[in-house]
Ligand binder design. Structure first.
Ligand code: M6R
Length: 612
């Protein structure tokens, strides 16, 4: 949930750390801090954003070739200067930044207090700093040994960077559960929670594994487990351009990412969907294809937007491939002792590949013998590495906290999977399969057409200026889109929004409807329930509700009875989710901007939820 960045080499670390924190700020933004190390060490940390930290430190002439920085999403202790990282141990021997949660921190803290330690913050991180120091001073061991021993006593998750003030030329990095990437330059190393602060310097990276400790010096690097077993580092080349992680002229990352969707979807099906051969190839599933074809059951797990994509996946897989499919919140799945059979396929969906609940669900499914497939956007992430097989979405880095292009890229993969399995299992005739391939190929152009209506959607957003509640209704493939539209609205504009299957409205939510209640209705003229949706709209109108309909181009039946309409191009029902969600993303975006909110960094949220 927090972002951490470190540098060791020959440059001045200060700008590397500040720029790195700006890139990582989407991971948490309630406080920020840094330490620059030269002959001495200098720690600055404040409640607030990275720009506040920069403002307060930019004229201090901080120079040093080692630095660490942290941008926080509070877990233990409210956002404050004191709880901000870095933390330093009581006798000033260890400086530490941390992403994760030390679950047994209270017990460790008590033990340290009994041994004379005082704590100034409420954080679990300060406990870890003092634990390392206690072992170091009491055991008279090296900083590295003290760190490794301390980590054996810790339960929970961490990605940490540590500097010992007695050994200022070394930076220690360790990981369990929370991601860490090491960028390998010439005589310099960059360490961060993800690759975004690194790519402007190098594309050669090492992804740290759980229970590994990196000992990094200016010209030297070694890797071992916390039990002191040497590990040979594997250097990989990553394919992220600097432009991918900048706003590129857009006001916000979210808007840029919404507009990137035609490209993101094309990149996701490139090399997999051939319009010439009318075929679909999913190389990442090659090893598990027989199991997939013969699957008796698929369970999809994910959280938030990825869970919504999973719901679309359920409809697709049952509809096209006739494989019984269930979708579970990863957080529920992991604790409810689910029945999983060895011939079950579990599909884990995650943009970041680092969501703690999704990772726990993967581990549980593997333990129970299922075959686990990942759909993930980040190369080298835990989901990518811990699943038996998988397919990457090639959406490119998603920085806006509200997920947009990852959602449509995930649905793209699920659609390709369902089409391929439907065809291979004999449920989808060749002509239908080829027809859908052609139609899928057209989706990016159709999304462009929707994006061209952004001015109209911006205007429509004004309707929500004084609104506090809203309802999103959809059926079939558009029910998960209703959920996603409602989530987008609440997370960035703080307007209460609920998504419902349209027919469920009469079982309760209809009581909420009056003239101050906008109801966003998703209606596709290809859906078998089209006429029923019309009745649902009438029911809203009869109660003076305001209806905003997302309709198929030229649908006069619905446009006549709606207050406002946004048209989307015609497409087969299995592909309508990919189109209908786009106006909802834009609508939420403009509503939040009208209200003056920071859409890329909504309150209380963080991009990557690496804690439970
Ligand atoms: O990285 P993941 O896809 O695993 O993240 C899952 C959710 O945390 C994420 O989709 C979240 O709900 C977004 N803020 C939604 O916009």
């Amino acid at each position: 949930m927090c972002g951490i960045v470190g540098y060791i080499g020959f440059r001045n670390a200060y700008p590397v750390i500040i720029n790195g924190l700006k890139r990582l700020e989407y991971r948490g933004y309630d406080s920020a801090g840094l330490a620059i190390i030269n002959d001495n060490y200098h720690i600055y940390k404040y409640k607030g954003k990275v720009k506040d930290l920069e403002e307060k430190t930019k004229n201090l002439n901080l120079t040093g070739t080692i630095g660490i920085g942290h941008t926080r999403w509070a877990t233990h202790g409210e956002p404050s200067d004191i709880n901000a990282h870095p933390h330093i141990s009581m006798n000033k021997k260890f400086i530490i930044i941390h992403n994760g949660i030390i679950e047994n921190y209270a017990r460790l803290k008590k033990r340290l207090e009994d041994r004379g330690y005082n704590f100034i913050s409420q954080t679990d991180t300060e406990v870890l700093a003092n634990l390392i120091e206690y072992i170091y001073l009491k055991g008279r061991v090296t900083p590295e040994i003290a760190l490794r021993l301390a980590l054996t006593k810790v339960c929970g998750a961490y990605g940490i960077l540590v500097v010992c003030t007695d050994e200022k030329e070394t930076l220690f990095a360790a990981r369990k559960g929370s991601p860490l990437v090491i960028g390998v330059g010439e005589g310099e190393y960059f360490i961060a929670s993800d690759a975004t602060p690194i790519v402007e310097y190098t594309n050669r990276v090492i992804f740290l594994n759980d229970d590994e400790v990196a000992i990094v010096k200016k010209n030297e690097f070694s890797l071992k487990t916390i039990m002191n077993v040497p590990v040979t580092p594997v250097i990989q080349e990553i394919d992220i351009e600097i432009g991918d992680i900048e706003k590129g002229g857009f006001d916000h990352f979210m808007l840029k990412e919404i507009f990137e969707q035609p490209r993101a979807i094309e990149d996701t099906f490139r090399g997999r969907l051939s319009i010439k051969d009318k075929s679909i190839t999913l190389g990442g599933l090659y090893n598990v294809m027989d199991k997939l074809i013969n699957a008796k059951r698929i369970i999809i797990v994910g959280c938030g937007t990825s869970w919504h994509a999973g719901l679309v996946g359920e409809y697709l897989l049952e509809d096209l491939a006739k494989i019984p499919t269930e979708v579970e919140y990863a957080s529920e799945f992991r604790y409810r002792n689910p029945i999983i059979n060895e011939d079950d396929i579990v599909i884990a969906i995650s943009q970041s590949g680092e969501t703690a609940d999704t990772i726990a669900a993967i581990r549980l499914a593997k333990e129970k013998g299922a075959t686990v497939i990942g759909i993930c956007n980040v190369v080298g992430s835990t989901v990518a590495r811990e699943t038996h097989a998988g397919v990457f979405t090639h959406a490119g880095p998603e920085i806006g906290v509200a997920s947009t292009k990852a959602f449509t890229a995930q649905i793209t993969i699920l659609t390709l999977m369902a089409l391929l399995l439907g065809y291979k299992r004999g449920f989808l005739p060749k002509e239908k399969y080829e027809y859908y391939i052609n139609e899928m190929f057209e989706i990016p152009k159709k999304i462009e057409k929707i994006l061209n209506q952004h001015e109209k959607i911006k205007e429509l957003a004004q309707v929500f200026n004084n609104i506090n509640n809203s309802l999103y209704l959809g059926r079939g493939y558009l029910f998960p889109v209703a959920l996603e539209g409602a989530l987008k609205l609440k997370e960035i504009s703080y307007i209460h929004a609920e998504g419902y299957p349209a027919a469920e409205m009469k079982h309760g939510p209809i009581a909420l409807i009056d003239e101050s209640m906008p109801v966003v209705v998703l209606a596709s003229n290809k859906d078998i329930t089209y006429e029923k949706i019309i009745s649902n709209i009438q029911e809203v109108k009869a109660r003076k509700g305001m209806v905003i309909s997302i309709i198929t181009e030229g649908d006069e039946k619905i446009s006549k009875i709606s207050d406002y309409c946004i048209e989307i191009p015609e497409a087969p029902d299995i592909l309508t989710a990919l189109l209908s969600v786009v106006p909802l993303q834009l609508l939420s975006y403009y509503i939040a901007v009208n209200r003056g909110y920071n859409v890329d960094q909504p309150r209380n949220l963080a991009k990557s939820v690496t804690v439970e």
